[in-house]
Design a protein around this ligand. Structure first.
Ligand SMILES: [Zn+2]
Length: 300
């Protein structure tokens, strides 16, 4: 049996471990050793592993293991593989990436050569761009996606495991994939859902979209599933996802109304209750309000 941690929920861990992009990943790479990862079992053959970046899914197939998202760094990837080895002696044969953010991809550096790496076509493009840019944020050149998804839905059968992958619209990024296990009724959402933030996180620099996020989350809640593993945070119920969707829809509608009235971004932020960044620091990523405002006004 894997070690089953009762979750000691701490905002410290959320604040210190969760990261979405280059700046945070570099900061966390320089931080002191993080807490060990935690393995959580959802079904006899399905787990998620928390820590070291985005959540990872682990599905034990007939002969090998399918992993969803690969942590942030080489060391994180090694720790993930070590934790998987405590679950099963079967080798990792396949990785599915939910999107291109490095806290989900760059741990691939630790993975065996020659595995299948499945990603949305746009995720692969974003990783290629990051690879060409080089530097510490670059994904491992030897572990780029080997199989791309470009349709809105594909049914896969990998090592005896039925999976469905969905992409409705650009949302968190333009290369998001949502992974569904129809037999187990589990969905892995990637960062379309990240519970440490109240609002959706949308990377405009990767052509994400607030409208596409709403389309995508409507798609997610329509799936016949009862456990939703987010990109960051704890397993969500369908009601949790629905509440998140309703809140974002209401906030977006309100912002749209205020934009139509000619209000400034600052006026809209105070009207919808966006807290100003602590200590006057610039937030790492644009808030949902800022994203929606920019989309509706075409201001960059
Ligand atoms: Zn992430």
């Amino acid at each position: 049996m894997p070690h089953m941690h009762v979750l000691k929920l701490s905002s410290f861990r959320f604040a210190s471990v969760v990261c979405f992009g280059a700046l945070t990943a570099i900061a966390s790479a320089q931080a002191p050793a993080a807490a060990p990862f935690s393995t959580h079992q959802l079904k006899p053959n399905v787990y998620w592993i928390e820590g070291g970046g985005g959540n990872s899914g682990v599905i034990v197939g007939e002969k090998g293991v399918i992993v969803i998202d690969a942590k942030t760094t080489l060391d994180g990837g090694k720790e993930l593989l070590g934790d998987i080895a405590k679950i099963t002696p079967k080798p990792v044969t396949t990785v599915i990436l939910t999107h291109s953010d490095l806290d989900h991809t760059n741990g691939l550096a630790a993975f065996p050569d020659g595995i299948t790496i499945i990603a949305h076509a746009n995720c692969k493009k974003e990783m290629e761009t990051a690879l060409a840019a080089g530097g510490r944020g670059a994904p491992p050149a030897g572990h780029m996606p080997t199989q791309v998804v470009s349709k809105n839905k594909e049914n896969l059968k990998i090592d005896g495991v039925k999976l469905e992958v969905f992409h409705w619209a650009p949302a968190h990024t333009t290369g998001d994939l949502v992974v569904y296990l129809p037999t187990e009724k589990i969905v892995f959402t990637g960062d379309i859902i990240a519970t440490q933030m109240p609002d959706p996180l949308i990377h405009l620099e990767k052509q994400g979209s607030s409208e596409g996020w709403i389309t995508t989350v409507k798609g997610i809640v329509a799936i016949d599933a009862d456990q939703f593993v987010p990109g960051h945070g704890n397993v969500q119920s369908k009601a949790d996802i629905q509440a998140r969707l309703s809140s974002a829809e209401q906030k977006r509608a309100k912002i749209k109304e205020l934009v139509a009235q000619g209000k400034s971004l600052e006026e809209i932020q105070s009207a919808v209750g966006d807290a100003p960044p602590a200590g006057g620091a610039r937030p790492r990523f644009a808030s949902f309000t800022e994203v929606v405002y920019k989309e509706l006004t075409n201001k960059s």
